[in-house]
Design a protein around this ligand. Structure first.
Ligand code: GUN
Length: 306
């Protein structure tokens, strides 16, 4: 039986430091960092994530605003709005909540964010710097995963790391970060053949494919460290009971919200792994903490502060 590798304590520590630094800069410079988030359309999960980000900003003394646009806004208008934010002195970081509605060319929209304000680290300039192992803003979820592993002294150098998922926010940038840490990386995806065989070679296995409880014990080497990035809503009561038995918290979620949040990793994996990050309470809180930290970094960089 392995242990749960929680992210909450580390996230709290990171946010405490950001909060103290924000207060210090407010005193010294009479300025606070500002985050602008863009939401296009009505994605329910995106709204929930953005509300969490907004609440965290408020607690840390960071100014935040969420700009909401209809799903059929013209791309040129959206880019003009981003340009406006690019030129605003009081906005240090800009994020476009993903996924964008399918009609949009997401890379084109993302490329219109000024790289200095690209708090998600997904602008080609920042991704290029990441590839070259240079300084720059980096995507929050992979940053959080690396911080979590380091905080528990889980070695990456020389280890076999398998990432299931090749998204631009998680899989691909995480592969670059792991490479920069001297890990040996394999990226798997929906077309990978013999996936359980490949993934069970991993010392560190990362699930970021967006399919609830997809990664079952047969995907996992005994004693592996398993990181679950998935955020999936499970609504089927019989499946919830199958997975969690009569877990009071899960059944309460179902009664009150109509779903319970599960990861890409099946909870049974805890019996085979050395560590498994829980969902919720694992990687999620770290993503938000790193967003706060990146916003402060962007604020400092733009003012040439140490
Ligand atoms: N959608 C899900 N997670 C994220 C995130 O960290 N940043 C953005 N921009 N969109 C997301």
């Amino acid at each position: 039986m392995g242990s749960w590798l929680e992210g909450k304590t580390l996230a709290k520590k990171i946010k405490e430091k950001v909060k103290n630094d924000v207060a210090l800069y407010l005193k010294q410079k009479k300025e606070v960092p500002g985050l602008a988030a863009i939401l296009v359309g009505e994605n329910r999960a995106s709204k929930i994530y953005l509300r969490t980000k907004e609440r965290n900003c408020e607690r840390l003394g960071i100014h935040s605003e969420i700009l909401c646009f209809p799903k059929d806004i013209e791309a040129s208008l959206l880019k003009a709005k981003i340009e406006e934010l690019n030129s605003r002195e009081d906005v240090d970081s800009i994020l476009v909540q993903l996924p964008l509605p399918s009609l949009f060319n997401a890379p084109e929209i993302i490329a219109s964010i000024h790289p200095e304000k690209d708090v998600d680290g997904v602008h080609p300039f920042n991704l290029g710097n990441l590839m070259m192992n240079q300084e720059g803003l980096k995507p929050c979820t992979p940053l959080g995963i690396i911080e979590l592993l380091k905080s528990r002294e889980i070695p990456i150098a020389g280890k076999r790391v398998v990432i299931i998922g090749r998204s631009r926010l998680v899989g691909k940038p995480l592969a670059a970060m792991v490479t920069n840490e001297n890990g040996t990386v394999t990226i798997c995806h929906s077309k990978t053949e013999n996936l359980p065989q490949v993934s069970s070679e991993a010392d560190i296995l990362v699930g970021a494919i967006g399919r609830g409880a997809f990664i079952t014990p047969e995907f996992v080497k005994p004693g592996a460290v398993v990181v679950d990035v998935g955020m999936n809503n499970l609504t089927d009561k019989s499946k919830v009971e199958q997975m969690f038995g009569q877990d009071e918290k899960r059944l309460k979620d179902l009664r009150e919200k109509g779903y319970t949040l599960i990861g890409d990793v099946h909870p049974q994996v805890i019996d085979k792994a050395e560590f498994l990050t829980p969902v919720p309470g694992g990687v999620g809180p770290l993503t938000v903490a790193m967003l706060m930290k990146n916003t402060l970094e962007a604020f400092k960089q733009r003012r040439n502060l140490a």
